[in-house]
Design a protein around this ligand. Structure first.
Ligand code: C2O
Ligand code: CU
Length: 458
């Protein structure tokens, strides 16, 4: 990690915020236009602006049940596609280049037809050359509002990302694809931003109840956030409400692509309350709640009510139709000797020549055969065995699942699940819409170097 103090002292230029929130105000069949393009950010004074990849929107806000056409124009210098992470969209709208759509060529457009089935916190990100495009910033958050407003005094969104910056204070593109990082814990940045800015602070008032939406947009950094000591509850995870909000009293760990909606009651006195990222030995201040005196009433702090349930299909644990194992192997200090790659069994040396070092059930990279094939509506159980020395974050496209993991509150829904080194977890879900749904590690360098499979729903 570069010395953050040093970076912070350089970032004295504050830019006036320009609103780029695209909100579909007229329900149904509205057309939204998004242009993917590079963007300049003045993060460091005395240096040229840093150039990121992004779009002309900061975030998209939809209402639950709303249907929108989102025309995405590609003005970048590479083909791309957009995946709507956590959104239950039709398979041909899932945005996986090479599996569910052809990449959007430079200069051309693709229109995504999306219905916001679930209210919650989601995001859209590149799913083409993802290890490059995600590291360069090609993503934006997507919020689906509850049909009936969930009352809070403030609704704050913190999209947290890490970036690899070189000595010219530009994105370090040369190190993209560094294979040693792929075989270890993936690419880590050396600065952290919130909502694509360094050192964000948020004005709050004593007595307010705040909904805080957290999204980890990093390629591979598992973040642990130390929040201010205030009454805090987990309201939702990966866009799905908890049936009963659970009190959070320690720091919260968020794997790449995971989201948490929290409720924080500002019962403290006025002052600055920092949020730190503490996953490394350095405690990095990523944001500050700047609390000023406000409501005269004594702040009460009763448990928040749950969000209304989303219309997910109920699970039936006694009616499992498909039960499959997914054995994860490979990586540094692992025991992988060989794996199938593009139909051929290769030794580790040959795999490495193809930039593959991880396998699922003995196969590195995507296979033409699915991990399993199920009929829509059938119950599926996948026992994931992480037989590696590394943590992984498994993401199932188009579906939310439940898992027997010990690090999470019991019985909650996920679309992305953190598994520690050598950990095992069983995920259970009901096959959704027909199509090919990707299942992969969201430490994106691991996906690129082998950890990807798919399930077929017929
Ligand atoms: Cu958020 Cu296949 O990814
Ligand atoms: Cu992984």
């Amino acid at each position: 990690m570069l010395n953050r103090r040093h970076f912070l002292s350089l970032s004295s230029l504050l830019l006036l915020p320009v609103s780029r929130v695209v909100e579909a105000l007229v329900p149904n069949h509205q057309l939204l236009n998004i242009t993917l393009k590079s963007e300049k950010k003045k993060w460091f004074s005395n240096y040229s602006p840093i150039i990121l990849w992004g779009s002309d929107v900061e975030k998209i806000i939809l209402k639950q049940h709303e249907n929108v056409q989102i025309e995405v124009k590609n003005e970048l210098s590479d083909a791309t596609s957009l995946h709507w992470h956590g959104m239950r969209v039709k398979n041909n709208m899932d945005g996986v280049s090479g599996l569910t759509q052809a990449p959007i060529a430079i200069g051309s457009s693709f229109t995504y037809n999306i219905t916001a089935q679930d209210a919650g916190t989601f995001w859209a990100h590149s799913h083409h050359n993802t290890y490059q495009q995600l590291a360069m910033g090609l993503y934006f958050p997507l919020i689906v509002k509850e049909e009936e407003e969930y009352k809070v005094d403030q609704d704050l969104l913190l999209v947290i990302d890490d970036w690899r910056i070189n000595e010219h204070r530009q994105l370090d593109l040369e190190s993209l694809g560094d294979f040693s990082e792929w075989a270890h814990g993936g690419r880590k940045g050396n600065i952290i931003t919130v909502n694509r800015e360094i050192e964000q602070s948020y004005l709050c008032k004593v007595g307010q109840r705040i909904r805080l939406r957290l999204l980890n947009a990093a390629n591979s950094r598992i973040m642990t956030l130390q929040l201010p000591v205030l009454p805090t509850w987990i309201l939702a995870k990966d866009g799905q409400p908890l049936t009963v909000p659970i009190k959070l009293d320690k720091a919260i760990t968020i794997g790449p692509a995971e989201r948490y909606d929290l409720i924080i009651d500002v019962t403290s006195s006025a002052g600055n309350y920092p949020i730190y990222e503490v996953s490394t030995t350095q405690n990095i201040q990523v944001a500050t709640l700047n609390v000023i005196s406000g409501k005269d009433i004594v702040p009460s702090s009763s448990s928040p009510s749950a969000l209304p349930e989303n219309p997910l299909a109920k699970l039936d644990f006694d009616q499992i139709s498909h039960s499959t194992k997914l054995l994860m192997e490979g990586g540094a200090m692992g025991s992988l000797r060989q794996a199938k790659y593009q139909g051929e069994v290769l030794s580790v040396n040959e795999l490495v020549k193809n930039k593959k070092i991880w396998s699922f059930n003995g196969t590195a990279g995507i296979d033409d055969k699915p991990l399993l094939s199920a009929k829509s509506g059938e119950m599926i159980e996948i026992e994931i065995i992480n037989n590696t020395r590394w943590p992984h974050v498994m993401h199932m496209h188009g579906h939310h699942f439940k898992a027997d993991s010990e690090h999470y509150p019991k019985g909650i829904w996920h679309d992305t699940l953190l598994l520690l080194a050598k950990e095992e977890a069983t995920i259970v879900f009901r096959a959704g819409d027909v199509g090919k749904w990707l299942l992969h590690c969201h430490m994106i360098e691991h996906q690129a170097s082998g950890m990807v499979t798919w399930i077929e729903v017929t």
